[in-house]
Every structure is written in structure tokens, then in C-alpha cells.
Design a protein around this ligand. Structure first.
Ligand SMILES: Nc1nc2c(ncn2[C@@H]2O[C@H](COP(=O)(O)OP(=O)(O)OP(=O)(O)O)[C@@H](O)[C@H]2O)c(=O)[nH]1
Ligand SMILES: [Mg+2]
Ligand SMILES: [Zn+2]
Length: 348
């Protein structure tokens, strides 16, 4: 029955979400998509319009990984969100300041646009990290070289990005026009994208350009180069002619969260070389028959990629350990609660 709704299909609702919804939704709830999130409430769009809603106690007690986020499909009853439809994809990062907690940046996205502002050259190491996180989301990463009008050497910037993009599409775009059509074509009707990148990369300006209107606030980058965030919310915007795009606040750091799959994908070239080393546990240091060192003789950049890969893998291992430690602590607490409950029970 939900399939008939034009509003919902416009927002990306389809048969498989409907099936998932029927399996989890409490009676008398209807589906809605989260358009933006505040600390204690969400703005959702349902068949009968937009509204603010708060979480039920049950959802507060057992939120989805990284919390309810923009792009989630939820089951609402009036102004209460009762549950979250299992996600098709989720962009998760380590929450700022807490290695053991995830933050869901966006959910049910088909494309993750990674904005890399031009002008000072491509920040390759940062791009590798973002790509690994994007790959792990289950969505397709697309690299956007934004503010392309500020590039000193666009061909060179495109080449630097392509060298680490691992086959992902790379689009140079300027909010004034060039490249906009290519970005647009990544998002056919009912498909959802999310755009991530540093503050001032031109994310909101780009969405406004795609909308042909000043839909989102934008601001000039401060001269002193210190952090300044114009966008403070993750907001889902409907583009004219179909397609949806989630704007996100600029992120200083995107910590990896369960990103090993993405790390492997982004550094597949290094992995392939390593598989040809004579020793299976080669540290690519000075062992004989090291295919990575051999390759580095003709392409020294491979050593930078190796270092970058190791940094991300180390970070991922650290994150895993932090989560293990947290789970152990939780299990201990749970056990103490249980032991106390048993002690205070009257003997029979
Ligand atoms: N030259 C040039 N400037 C641009 C372009 N796109 C955006 N800008 C400028 O860059 C500044 C920052 O743009 P925003 O869209 O606010 O950046 P943002 O990525 O949304 O930043 P946060 O919301 O803080 O994460 C603004 O002054 C824009 O006018 C572009 O294609 N070329
Ligand atoms: Mg913005
Ligand atoms: Zn080796």
C-alpha cells in the first residue's frame, strides 16, 4: 500500500524498503524519511507532509549504529519515531573525541561525494582516508574536485586524484557551471547522494547551484584559515527534476569506523603488489624478493601509499581495540547488575 505514495517514491522509497518496513514497523505507524536531525528530535517527511518528531523510549534505548541520521527511513506514529528501517547503506565515522563511538553521517545513500577543494593542490592522503570510509558505507564514492576555477593546473589535479581514486569517478566542478551536469547525472530521480569534505570546500554552494536557488546558507572562508563551519546540520535536499542530496557540516577529521573493507578496496594496488612478495609476511622493508620495493624503484609514490595504508590500518586496529574494551566493560557492568539481582532475590 505504501508503494502507491508519490511522495515516498520521490524520496527513494521502493519495494524492498516497504518489505523491510512491514517486517519491523509497529502497527499504526507509517514510513517517513529523515530530512534533518537535531539533538533530541528529527524532521521527517511522510506522505502527509513534513513534521518534527521525537524518539520513543525504546528507540532511545536501542538506536541504530551511530544513531538515527539524515536519510534514515523510520516508522512514525504522529510525532513519535518508533523504529528505524534496516539501512541499505550507512556512512559511519568515528565520533569526534571518542574512539569507541560511531557517528552515522548519512544513511541509505547511493553515492558518497567526496569534496576536495582545489587551489592548493589535491590533499591526497585525506582523499585516501575519505575514500576508504566511503567505500565501507556500501555506497559508491565519487570524487568531486570543487572550486575547479581556483585550480592552477586542472589536468595535474585530476591526475593526482585519479592516481589514488582506485577507479572511482573523479569530477572537477565549479559552482558557476562547469561540471555541474556531470554531478547531476550521478543522481537520477529517487537516488540519494551525500556530500562530505572540509569546511569551506563549497559543498552547500554546490547544492544551491544544483537547485538553482539559495536553498542553503554559505559563507566565505575566513582569512585567518581557522575553523569556521557554516553548515551545522546534516540536511537532505530534493533537487529539481529528482534526485536527493544530503549536505553535511565540514569535518576536520573523518576517523575510520569499521572501514577495513574500504581500506582494502582503496589500497588494492598495494595489496596486489604485496601478494607477489617472496615472503607472505613481508614487511616491505628490506626483505629479498619484495615486489613493493621493486615497484617503488620505478614509482616512488607507492611508498607514500604504503605508509598511508599502514596509518589507516593502525588506526582501524586501535578503533577495534577501543570497541572491544568498551564491550568488555559493558559486559562486566551487565554481569554485576545480574549478580546483584540474583543476590537480592528471595531464596526459595
Ligand atoms: N571560486 C569559487 N568559490 C566557491 C565555489 N564554490 C563555493 N565557493 C566559495 O567558497 C566559500 C565556502 O562555500 P560553502 O558552500 O559555504 O562551503 P561548505 O563546504 O558548505 O562549508 P561548511 O558548511 O562550513 O562545511 C563561499 O565563499 C563560496 O562562495 C567555486 O566553485 N569557486
Ligand atoms: Mg555548508
Ligand atoms: Zn614486500
Amino acid at each position: 500500500m505504501h508503494m502507491s505514495s508519490a511522495v515516498l517514491s520521490r524520496l527513494g522509497w521502493d519495494e524492498s524498503f516497504a518489505t523491510a518496513f512491514d517486517a519491523m514497523a509497529p502497527p499504526s505507524t507509517v514510513p517517513a524519511r529523515v530530512m534533518s536531525v537535531a539533538s533530541r528530535s528529527v524532521t521527517v517527511l511522510a506522505e502527509n507532509g513534513q513534521r518534527d518528531a521525537v524518539y520513543s523510549g525504546r528507540l532511545r534505548a536501542a538506536p541504530p549504529p551511530g544513531g538515527v541520521t539524515t536519510g534514515d527511513w523510520v516508522a512514525i506514529d504522529g510525532a513519535t519515531v518508533h523504529g528505524v528501517v534496516p539501512r541499505r547503506s550507512a556512512l559511519l565515522r568515528r565520533a569526534a573525541g571518542n574512539a569507541a563511538v560511531a557517528q552515522a553521517v548519512a544513511a541509505n545513500v547511493d553515492v558518497v561525494f567526496i569534496a576536495v577543494p582545489l587551489g592548493l593542490g589535491v590533499t591526497v592522503r585525506r582523499l585516501e582516508r575519505s575514500l576508504a570510509i566511503a567505500w565501507s558505507s556500501g555506497a559508491r564514492p565519487v570524487v568531486l574536485l570543487t572550486k575547479s576555477d581556483l585550480s592552477v593546473d586542472l589536468a595535474c589535479d585530476l591526475e593526482s586524484a585519479a592516481a589514488v581514486a582506485g577507479g572511482s569517478e573523479v569530477i572537477a566542478v565549479c559552482a558557476a557551471g562547469p561540471g555541474l551536469a556531470e554531478v547531476r547525472s550521478c543522481l537520477p530521480a529517487a537516488r540519494t547522494g551525500a556530500i562530505v569534505g572540509p569546511s569551506g570546500a563549497g559543498k552547500s554552494t554546490l547544492i544551491n547551484a544544483l537547485c538553482g536557488a539559495s536553498r542553503l546558507a554559505t559563507a566565505a572562508v575566513r582569512d585567518d584559515g581557522r575553523g569556521r563551519h557554516t553548515t551545522s546540520n546534516r540536511e537532505l535536499v530534493e533537487l529539481p527534476g529528482g534526485g536527493l542530496l544530503i549536505d553535511t557540516p565540514g569535518m576536520r577529521e573523518m576517523g575510520v569506523w569499521d572501514a577495513q573493507v574500504g581500506i582494502d578496496a582503496v589500497f588494492a594496488d598495494v595489496g596486489e603488489l604485496a601478494s607477489r612478495c617472496r615472503f607472505s609476511d613481508c614487511s616491505h622493508d628490506r626483505e629479498p624478493g619484495c615486489a613493493v620495493r621493486d615497484a617503488a624503484d620505478s614509482d616512488p609514490a607507492i611508498l607514500d601509499r604504503l605508509a598511508s595504508l599502514r596509518r589507516l590500518e593502525r588506526e582501524q586496529r586501535f578503533q577495534d581495540l577501543q570497541v572491544d574494551a568498551r564491550l568488555r566493560a559493558e559486559a562486566r557492568r551487565e554481569h554485576r547488575r545480574w549478580a546483584r539481582a540474583v543476590r537480592t532475590q528471595p531464596h526459595r
